[in-house]
Design a protein around this ligand. Sequence first.
Ligand code: GCB
Length: 607
Amino acid sequence: MRRVLTLLAAALCVLVSVAAAASPVIQNIHARQHQSLNGRWNYIIDPYETGFYDYRRQPFDASAGGKGGYFDDRTQVGKGELVEYNFDLSPSMTVPGDWNSQAERLLFYEGTVWLRQVFQADPRPGKNYFLYFGAVNYEAHVYLNGKKLGTHKGGFTPFQFDVTGKLARGRNFVVVKADNKRQQDEIPTVNTDWWNYGGITRDVLLAELPASYIADYKVQLAKGDLKRIEGYVQLAGAARAQAVTVAIPEAGIKVTVMSDANGRAQLSLPVAKMTYWSPENPKLYKVELAAGEDRVVDRIGFRTIETRGRDILLNGKSVFLRGISVHDENPLIPGRLRGAGDMRMILQWAKEMNANYVRLAHYPHSEEMVRLADEMGLMVWAEVPVYWTISWTNPATFANANAQLTDLIVRDKNRSSVIIWSVGNETPVSEPRNDFMGRLVQTARANDDTRLVAAALEVHRRETDIIMEDPLADKIDLISFNQYAGWYWSNPKEMLKWRFNLTQDKPVVISEFGADALGGYHADEDTRWSEEYQELLYLNQFKMLDAIPGLRGMTPWILVDFRSPRRPHPQFQDFWNRKGLVSETGKKKKAFFTLKNYYDDKQKKFK
Ligand code: GCB
């Protein structure tokens, strides 16, 4: 009986979570008719979750009326009534924006903050409405006009709720309970080397779409085929079977196809003449899609990416990935990147060092960042926060990682800049981990066969050899790994004793190496934390790497110093990881130019 009850309870839980789940995200939502809900949001800090649980620790939103929960915007209360919160009288912060950088008392905060925005709406009959969030870190409970829309976990991927029929004419309010507490079974887990910025860190939109609408599409060159565009258009809403038109006027392409009863129209379009996207010429075409009343325009680049033996081929030609790793953080006004200006600054630094490639570590960066990379001509390694010691055997943890990976691919599958999906970083080899990661590789390939799949692996030392003995290496397309010769082991002079002995017949792309240097601190090259030490480490690392026959790229760690709670040294760190080639004040360290010289040289050799 007990078992039956447990099963029933489990089934109910699944039902509840499905009912509360967000609906699939609409492709290119920023290009649709929408109202921005960005701006100043009032907030209440709630470390004990008093607005969520009653004093018996029962959630208010499960009980009748939910009286007491902070999701109701009770600014008008009856005389004598006890209400212990008030959004109108509470402080406000900017959304999108992490909370840590907006109030001193929130710098190290990990827990719940409630945020509320008031907006006007004028819903029209026959239209669909979606409330969209670019990202909320980490767990979000979302309420519209006091009623729960649902929940979402995962701090870096978009989600949305269908609010058709739920909007009032005139005043509406949306409340988000955002909780950034770290938990062992989540993705990422409790231990990371970056700041756990909480809050609504990306755009919030209310989108309006016709009764039938274009929900999703993929318009990309077929795998390894420069002469054919392959993909689909997915319709949703009332009428699913419709004529769908796809036009790329500048490439002389225009077709009309019928979608099936599920709203799916498959595309296979011959390409006659086209300028292919590349870092040297990041050509983007205007792509117009139309079905019934709906129409959406995107800007898409077309390129192929493949490996052949130890080579990486971009549009059929051998390419060397002159890269750099990047976090989603602004050093100058610390906090998550706040918009196109911040993003351009970061990517411009990468361009200045003659990079053609960036690793957007360790989690999905914003869609806007990836679109900028499209426009500025930077190839992208995109990653999910499967980082270090995840709970490998927990099925819910896997489901979460799998969902984050899928959502990333769904969002960015039309971006020519993205050439690699990375399924994780420095995950320690074990049976359960190999299985978990192997299944993520399968998910990436099942969702998108046009890009490479990789992971930042670890290498091992045997005598003076550096070797790769991770079974995951057999399942991915690159021999990609982090290694910290000269910093976490050995030193910049002695590291030259070691040599890479990599036997796999695959391109080698180093996902990390580096050393900390405090910007402006000068000493001899044996002195840790000095710019000279960092510079020598880079020079000697190049010698070691250039001896690898299949070396096809690298993303040293990292473009800019970044905040990390794991870095407390008062003189050299002060909660900053100093492996940046640009300091926290935006000043380029010596090794920035060392890497630039190396890349200038590589570029000549790979012409
Ligand atoms: C790594 C991690 C990265 C860290 C870096 C470091 O291997 O992948 O997230 O920040 O090392 O500085 O130790």
